[in-house]
Design a protein around this ligand. Structure first.
Ligand code: ADP
Ligand code: MG
Length: 381
């Protein structure tokens, strides 16, 4: 990818560019916990985005997307927003940097990526993080890493119409090879844990379905969680978010809240604990326990939180049947990928079975992405 980018860069703008990269992300465990003030546990992956960049001495950005074979040119004032969706991510990062007091002047860039778009691996965060990191280096702005992640998040909010949390940009900026990062979504404290699953592979199976339920269901889940937390708070005033509650405190209010809210809350409280259990297991190198927790999360998302779907449950059941170490739906649900922790020797038989049985049942093949936990935003020298 680097050579292809450079070839185009040289043809358009000549020599002398610097190369920056960032990554997509996975989340091993900790789903629907972010808006409940709980933990998420993401890491950057070996699929990402790369950009060659050089200052051009003007007040314009000239960008070329190799994947779309398309050029865009735009200024740096608020009213200069480009039309192309992909260019708005870069424009947004420039604007958000400027809003934070950073310097940004005109530059030329060619970029390309290999994160599948819209598959739940956050290609958009890879794009934002690459440019947020690069501009900070090129203009010596000295913006800290957390703020760089927020530049990406605000870009989504203010220039791309996506009201996302901080996890994706956080993972893509802070990611490190061989490490997952536990982020406390309430305090924003983070801690690295080793993730070197020797003898296992991490495999994403993309069901390639997206059920339209997602956004209204998401709002309903949030309401249920807030309602459960509000009832618990009457007995335990320190409970700010549902993630602060103990399981027994939820039991105390069981009769007061709809059964549905109880189940949603039961899932969230369990999931927060599972993240902690997975972190302990990783410190012991115990990947079998990690896998078991992934199955428990899937069960919770499917039966208690009810955000799975037929395709994802099918993939999960097949993984269980074949003795795959861990498997669960990743992301908000109602479609997208399962994330699977698979012993090397089971890798081929599992994927053969997935391809054959999923296709036979649903009439289209799933997509498979192998991922390795890798470095996030960086300069390539
Ligand atoms: P995802 O879940 O992958 O983040 P999004 O819809 O949030 O999906 O972001 C995908 C969008 O990000 C694309 O439509 C495009 O505008 C931009 N994008 C991501 N990767 C690239 C790339 N390699 N080249 C150009 N644009 C990209
Ligand atoms: Mg995105």
């Amino acid at each position: 990818m680097k050579a292809k980018i450079h070839e185009k860069f040289k043809a358009l703008y000549g020599e002398g560019g610097r190369v920056f990269a960032s990554a997509g992300r996975i989340n091993l465990i900790g789903e629907h916990t972010d808006y409940n003030g709980g933990y998420v546990f993401p890491g950057a992956i070996d699929k990402g985005l790369m950009a060659e960049i050089k200052l051009n001495g003007t007040d314009k950005v000239r960008a070329y997307s190799l994947d779309y074979n398309e050029a865009a040119e735009f200024g740096l004032r608020e009213e200069d927003a480009p039309k192309q969706a992909w260019a708005r991510y870069i424009f947004g990062v420039c604007r958000e940097t400027i809003k934070r007091g950073g310097k940004v002047e005109g530059f030329d860039t060619v970029f390309a990526g290999d994160v599948p778009l819209g598959a739940g691996l956050s290609s958009s965060a890879a794009l934002e993080s690459t440019f947020a990191f690069a501009l900070n280096e090129l203009f010596h702005n000295g913006i800290d890493k957390f703020e760089l992640a927020k530049i990406g998040q605000s870009t989504e909010h203010n220039y791309c119409g996506v009201k996302c949390g901080i996890m994706d940009q956080f993972a893509s900026i802070f990611g490190k090879e061989g490490s997952l990062i536990r982020l406390n979504c309430k305090t924003l404290e983070h801690k690295y844990f080793p993730f070197n699953p020797k003898g296992y592979k991490l495999v994403l199976v993309d069901s390639c379905v997206k059920h339209e339920l997602a956004s209204s269901a998401y709002n309903k889940r949030r309401e249920s969680c807030e309602n459960a937390a509000a009832h618990i708070r009457k007995n335990h005033p320190d409970v700010e978010f549902l993630s602060d509650a103990k399981r027994v405190w939820l039991e105390e209010v069981r009769a007061e809240i709809p059964e549905e809210d109880f189940l949603r809350a039961e899932y969230v409280i369990g999931e927060v604990q599972r993240v902690l259990d997975v972190c302990d297991a990783l410190e012991r190198g115990d990947y079998e326990t990690v896998g078991e927790m992934m199955y428990q999360t899937h069960f919770g998302l499917s039966r208690l939180y009810e955000v799975s779907c037929e395709e994802l449950d099918f993939l999960n059941k097949l993984a269980r049947k074949m003795d795959v170490t861990g498997s669960r739906v990743m992301g908000g649900g109602f479609g997208g990928c399962t994330i699977n922790l698979v012993k090397d020797e089971l890798y081929k038989p599992f994927l053969d079975a997935v391809n054959k049985e999923f296709t036979a049942k649903f009439g289209h093949a799933p997509k498979i992405y192998d991922v390795v936990v890798s470095d996030g935003a960086r300069e390539l020298k």
